[in-house]
Design a protein around this ligand. Sequence first.
Ligand SMILES: C[S@@+](CC[C@H](N)C(=O)[O-])C[C@H]1O[C@@H](n2cnc3c(N)ncnc32)[C@H](O)[C@@H]1O
Length: 218
Amino acid sequence: MTNEPDPASVTLPAEFFQRTDPNPDPQFYGEPRYVTHIDDATIEALTALYAELIPPGSDVLDLMSSWVSHLPTNIEYGRVAGLGMNEQELATNPQLADYVVHDLNERPELPYLDASFDFVINAVSVQYLTQPAAVFASIGRVLRPGVISIVAFSHRMFPTKAIAVWQQLSRDDRARLVASYHVLADGFDDPIFIDRSPEGADPLWAVIARRRDEPTLS
Ligand SMILES: C[S@@+](CC[C@H](N)C(=O)[O-])C[C@H]1O[C@@H](n2cnc3c(N)ncnc32)[C@H](O)[C@@H]1O
């Protein structure tokens, strides 16, 4: 027995998740943007991280996906599914076997069966989630036991759509915030933080957490 609060009973303050643009996300993401959101060298570092961590044959969910997933092209994965906001971007993404247009701020529950994936990846997008605790609980549900969530982030953002707290935090505190999403979801081992920033390009940071094999005993 400890005096630690049950993570499921902890809620982050609502003001963390306010945004300058409170309009529904489909308005903002209605038009496709065939751009990249980090420098080429940073994309290379992200692809190298995926190559290192995600074995061939894995079933991968690319959460908050677009026309690019940054997965290595020389590795054969199992199913690569994408979830994002823009149909045209997702339809153009050559790495996706299937995709769904789904607003996580409207419906944080992921539209996938339990234990469907070996990896959930989320690239440079976590700052747009307004209900992250519910989304990460659902990530825990769709991941198979013992497998991995990788949340990569950098310093660029759409400021009107990023949550208020993200804009106030240092890099280390952003990492702590993303780690806390996993902890509050209560289905993950302690997250780790890594820095894979290339020299002279946008930084690349990642929070990586392993879905627990067994529920925690209190
Ligand atoms: C900065 S882009 C990053 C896209 C891609 N992951 C990449 O690495 O280039 C942000 C992405 O988050 C997705 N997104 C934003 N708000 C979302 C929401 N409410 N629900 C689901 N996806 C969302 C958008 O569709 C967009 O593709």
